[in-house]
Design a protein around this ligand. Structure first.
Ligand code: SF4
Length: 400
């Protein structure tokens, strides 16, 4: 049995209706419980619970400090490659987008990593599009092995694999796996993923379990808000996290809350979640899952992040680039187009999504970030909020 069979039997439509119809009494009843059900979670993300946001925020803040202490962990994404065989309508890296592409060599990855280490980072998220030719398993293993000595926290956000394919990566030193379902609405998922292996909804949905079986000790999940009804997505993520907590209990589970940002291809969000609803959702996740890590990326503006962090966030990125070579310009001389898996030389001015002059490389980013502050500026902000910025919270020696 996997989460797929549990997911298929979830009464998600009726839980959304329950949420939309929740009243102050049902919300109060849910708020006094020590352990929340999915129905209680539906109440906490309801329109009516918007009136309880201050109360939920105070409880969420206190619960987070009790479980995690006054610390915020920092990590940086390092994009290895923007090659991809999938067409995901909402993503700048989609196969058919005429963007500027590159895959960094292991040496270039180390150059990018050294730049991040100089800023203080010790936890890194290696991100790549899904392309077996350019981003092979051996390539990923070599990147992880090269980084292992200097990076106590190495997570992967790459194309889903079989457990047996993940094992060389965990053996090489990768300890975290991040895989967003993007949308848990099957019909919308099918419409948005027009080509490539990612079309297989169930295969993706089972990925965290395969990663756990392969030995990853941190598993990150989430939905990309802006594709389907946000309450439907949030209920699905909550059910997924609940399943993983019961079945993958040795791993630390994290939930990310990314909202869609502008990208190549100019895809427009299909649904909207307000800033206030995002704050409400952070609180609801915390009250439902006291020990789950909550992740906030640079997709949100500096001002909003400053306000959301104390509500229950435990892990944030900072100073991020979403293009390979974005920190140092590594790989700049190899930029190209890719057509049907073949590298095509660039014509001058070939892409309107070419990077702006202030960027280090001309490779196209996955999406535009909104919080452009440096890592040090974000660390200073964290201290000002009364937290300690944590760059490293694990060492491989602890597992020996
Ligand atoms: S979302 Fe991932 S799989 Fe889809 S096009 Fe972008 S990089 Fe490729």
């Amino acid at each position: 049995m996997s989460f797929v069979s549990e997911f298929n039997s979830l009464p998600l439509e009726s839980l959304v209706k329950r949420s939309l119809a929740a009243n102050p009494d049902s919300i109060r009843d849910s708020l006094v419980k020590s352990k929340l059900s999915l129905a209680d979670f539906a109440h906490l993300i309801s329109p009516a619970a918007g009136g309880f946001l201050e109360h939920m925020g105070r409880r969420s803040h206190a619960m987070t400090q009790q479980r995690f202490g006054k610390v915020i962990r920092l990590f940086a994404p390092l994009y290895l490659s923007n090659e991809c065989v999938n067409n995901c309508k909402y993503c700048g890296f989609s196969r058919d987008n005429p963007i500027l592409r590159v895959t960094l060599s292991v040496e270039e990855v180390l150059r990018e990593a050294r730049s991040l280490a100089a800023e203080g980072f010790r936890s890194i998220l290696l991100v790549a599009g899904e392309h077996p030719k350019f981003v092979s398993n051996n390539y990923l293993r070599d990147c992880v092995a090269a980084l292992r000595a200097g990076w106590p926290g190495i997570s992967l956000e790459v194309g889903p694999m079989e457990a047996g394919e993940y094992r060389p990566l965990t053996a090489a030193g990768a300890d975290g796996l991040v895989v967003y379902q993007e949308t848990y609405d099957r019909a919308i998922y099918d419409d948005l993923h027009t080509a490539g292996p990612k079309k297989n909804f169930d295969w993706r949905l089972e990925t965290p379990e395969r990663g756990y079986a392969a030995g990853f000790r941190r598993i990150g999940i989430g939905a990309l808000y802006g594709l389907a009804d946000w309450r439907y997505e949030a209920l699905s993520v909550a059910a997924h996290a609940d399943y993983l907590l019961r079945n993958c209990w040795k791993a630390q589970i994290t939930i990310s809350l990314p909202r869609l940002r502008p990208c190549a291809g100019e895809f427009q969000p299909l649904t909207h979640m307000t800033d206030r609803e995002l704050a409400q959702l952070i609180c609801a996740f915390r009250l439902m899952f006291p020990d789950v890590g909550l992740v906030l990326s640079t997709r949100e503006t500096a001002k909003l992040r400053d306000g959301l962090i104390p509500l229950g966030i435990t892990l944030i990125s900072a100073g991020s680039h979403t293009e390979p070579g974005g920190y140092t310009g590594a790989g700049k001389e190899k930029i190209h187009h890719t057509e049907r898996g073949k590298i095509v030389e660039l014509a001058a001015g070939a892409s309107e999504w070419a990077a702006t002059p202030e960027n280090a490389t001309n490779a196209t980013g996955q999406f535009q970030i909104a919080d452009e502050r440096s890592a040090e500026e974000v660390a200073t902000l964290i201290r000002r909020l009364g937290y300690e910025p944590v760059w490293k919270d694990w060492d491989a020696a602890l597992t020996a």
